[in-house]
Design a protein around this ligand. Structure first.
Ligand code: SF4
Ligand code: SF4
Length: 162
């Protein structure tokens, strides 16, 4: 009986401790949309496609991102690079690269599977729109923002702007 009474008092004090701690802590209120929150480095938001230091698209159209996507929301069609039309440093490039971000679950598997760090998920979280078609991102959309859109992925899978 004493043990359960002691546990009850202990839990009550822990609960009160949390309450008092929050009473003395400044509230974290952001004046959104004027003030945007800095997202944690591991946050996975909107996708982007990287370019290399020469301005070529890093994506080599291998479709590993698409194969590893658990919901099948990436569509890649590869084409051969030629001397007259070199788009990526590899043999092939993505002639079509689409992501349906309405189906995406932001798991980051595509980013992990990519052998050349071409596709990355960044901290862009303002994705709302009125038109469903805008949620199927085309390659041009993915290559656009931010400029220069070059990121590196560290051994933990975190991306950071180069
Ligand atoms: S984050 Fe996950 S669900 Fe979204 S495109 Fe990449 S692999 Fe597919
Ligand atoms: S983004 Fe990466 S994994 Fe996907 S097709 Fe391009 S090179 Fe391959």
């Amino acid at each position: 009986m004493f043990a359960s009474a002691f546990d009850g008092i202990k839990n009550l004090l822990i609960g009160l401790g949390v309450t008092f701690k929050n009473m003395t802590t400044e509230p974290e209120t952001f004046q959104y949309p004027e003030v945007k929150r800095d997202m944690p480095s591991r946050y996975r938001g909107r996708h982007f496609l990287n370019r290399d230091e020469n301005g070529l698209e890093k994506c080599v159209g291998c479709s590993l991102c698409s194969i590893n996507c658990p919901v099948g929301c990436i569509h890649v069609v590869a084409a051969e690079n030629t001397e007259e039309n070199r788009v990526s440093p590899g043999e092939r490039y993505a002639a079509v690269y689409e992501i349906n971000i309405l189906r995406c679950i932001y798991c980051g598997y595509c980013e992990e599977a990519c052998p050349v760090d071409a596709v990355v998920l960044r901290d862009h979280y303002e994705l709302a729109d009125y038109d469903r078609d805008t949620f199927v991102l085309q390659k041009d959309d993915l290559l656009k923002y931010p400029e220069p859109n070059q990121f590196r992925v560290n051994y933990l899978g975190n991306t950071s702007k180069v």
